[in-house]
Ligand binder design. Structure first.
Ligand SMILES: [Zn+2]
Length: 115
């Protein structure tokens, strides 16, 4: 089980199982070179999990935004605003959201690191 992990995906044209990064599908010979470079560019640079966690604890959503997860950032900002609006007299919900956002930011930052 310790052998080098070769990621495989179904070919978008013929659904044959191909290796990630191949230039041409070995089944239907479709040109696939453009597909992978875009994916690599989307991944972006590595993020610092500690910084992401801190950002999200101080302002839920900031750590997610820092990790390039704008979709999650928006969710956390909404949850945070709703919780603060509904339970502004309590400290507990605020801390709960901040901790959840911090943990999530940490995991998101870890995903950006080399696997
Ligand atoms: Zn194919």
């Amino acid at each position: 089980m310790e052998e080098e992990k070769l990621e495989t995906v179904p070919c978008p044209y013929c659904r044959g199982v191909i290796l990630v990064g191949v230039k041409r599908c070995k089944y239907c010979h479709a040109e696939l070179a453009g597909m992978w470079s875009k994916e690599a560019a989307d991944k972006g640079p590595e993020k610092n999990p500690a910084l992401a966690t801190l950002l999200s604890i101080f302002f839920p959503g900031m750590g997610q935004y820092y990790c390039g997860r704008t979709d999650k950032a928006i969710v956390f900002v909404f949850v945070f605003v709703i919780f603060v609006g509904l339970f502004y007299w309590l400290t507990f919900p605020w801390i709960l959201v901040a901790v959840c956002a911090g943990v999530d930011a940490f995991l998101e930052a870890r995903k950006t690191r080399a696997q």
